[in-house]
Design a protein around this ligand. Structure first.
Ligand SMILES: *Cc1c(COP(=O)(O)O)cnc(C)c1O
Length: 417
């Protein structure tokens, strides 16, 4: 066991280089928020920025706002996100939802790929699979699923086998939304390219928490969302990245005026814009995109290397305490033990996970989330999650199990879990 794990959480917080970042977010100290991997907290600067955008820009500048910054925002915010994933300027765009962007990207790259199936993780985020299913028939391709290994996540070797078996395009989550398993992006991208296969990464659960270098590693394309570790707010627009070597060859499957060469020429026939802008479709959600910009700026200001380092430690501490307090109470670890193989959340399973999760929220003001059928995910968002909160979350879970207070909650799932 690492020596630092013996230190009191108060001490770890006092020594935390990211301690100051917590004050940049709206924080109600009576709540232990462990769901930043689903909806990140609100940055204080976002309150000011969106208010100003509404009052000053929309309120006073009105339609003039488009020539005073709004028009460039999807590309500018795209490049700021691009910096966090190691993209070269001009390869990343902020737009639409992750699902829509995945559809656009798979369809666009499908035209460049060799013959063969699209390979996906059988246990991928279902919306990603739905996007692939709706795209596959249009592309005239089959989907081949990689089934999870004994731990419940996709094994690296199984991906390599599928690539060597003739995959044309492989679509992978950098961090698995259930277990938090982190796949080796550099290694798998190289393996894909060796076999002449294109590779697309979903960075939804890694962007803002785990660094990547998509351009340097030659990743063909990527998508991801901005309301998790980037703290962009509910329903904030997602992003897409396309490697510069493909950009001039690919086409967005849905032609829209803002992705056209000259939207205000009002030409009846579509001509694509050059560069990544061709993946824009309709008018972007400007207010929400300014919130994304604030969230991205915060991550960039504190830096992904400190964020990743703290994320690994928060996870290590969580697992250390869960082993001691929760495994003896019937919970089991569903996330990788080694921090190098893990993103920024830890999942525990229990047959009564749904009701335990409800009781944590209602009785203990500890907010993780539940994933069917038996998993509780504890999200660790390094800019604002403290070591003390990790301890409070573990202790609260132990109390809920010991007191059996969870038994008063219904087994029926709420609409959103
Ligand atoms: C959060 C998440 C999404 C979200 O998709 P939207 O279309 O933006 O709602 C998609 N894929 C993965 C892997 C996710 O984690």
């Amino acid at each position: 066991m690492a020596d630092w794990l013996r230190m009191a959480p108060e001490e770890l917080d006092a020594l935390d280089p990211l301690l100051a970042a917590r004050a940049d977010f709206m924080v109600d100290e009576s709540v232990v928020y462990m769901d930043g991997n689903s909806l990140g907290r609100l940055p204080k600067s976002t309150v000011r920025r969106t208010a100003a955008e509404v009052e000053e820009m929309w309120g006073r500048r009105l339609v003039r706002g488009w020539n005073e910054g709004w028009y460039e925002l999807p590309v500018e915010v795209g490049d700021q996100i691009g910096e966090l994933i190691g993209a070269t300027p001009g390869e990343t765009l902020c737009c639409d939802s992750t699902t829509v962007n995945l559809y656009k990207i798979v369809s666009a790259l499908g035209a460049l790929a060799k013959g063969g199936p699209i390979v996906a993780e059988g246990r991928a985020f279902p919306s990603d699979l739905y996007a692939l299913q709706s795209c596959a028939s249009a592309c005239g391709r089959q989907i081949q699923y990689i089934e999870p290994g004994p731990h419940g996540w996709t094994e690296t070797g199984a991906v390599v086998d599928a690539i060597q078996d003739g995959a044309a395009i492989v679509v992978l989550s950098h961090v698995d939304f259930r277990t938090g398993r982190l796949l080796p992006m550099n290694e798998l991208t190289a393996a894909a390219h060796c076999a002449g296969c294109l590779i697309i990464w979903d960075l939804s659960h890694s962007v803002g928490a785990v660094p990547s270098r998509v351009s340097e590693w030659g990743v063909d394309a990527a998508v991801g969302c901005t309301y998790k570790y980037l703290n962009g707010g509910p329903g904030s627009p997602a992003f897409l990245y396309v490697n510069a070597r493909h950009l001039e060859k690919v086409q967005c499957p849905l032609f829209g005026w803002l992705g056209s060469r000259d939207p205000f020429a009002f030409e009846p026939t579509y001509e694509p814009a050059s560069g990544v802008r061709k993946f824009l479709v309709g008018t972007p959600p400007i207010i929400s995109m300014t919130a994304v910009e604030e969230g991205v700026r915060l991550v960039a200001r504190y830096g992904l290397s400190s964020i990743r380092e703290k994320s690994e430690r928060l996870g290590d501490l969580f697992i250390h305490l869960a082993r001691r307090e929760l495994v003896p109470r019937g919970m089991s670890l569903r996330s990788p033990e080694q921090s190098a193989d893990r993103g920024s959340h830890v999942s525990l399973a229990h047959p009564d996970a749904y009701r335990i999760c409800r009781a944590l929220i209602e009785e203990e003001s500890v907010i993780p989330d539940f994933r069917t059928p038996d998993m509780i995910r504890y999200g660790l968002s390094p800019l604002y999650t403290s070591y003390c909160e990790v301890q409070r979350a573990v202790e609260a879970t132990a109390r809920v199990i010991d007191s059996r207070v969870f038994e008063k909650f219904e087994r029926d799932f709420a609409a959103v879990t």
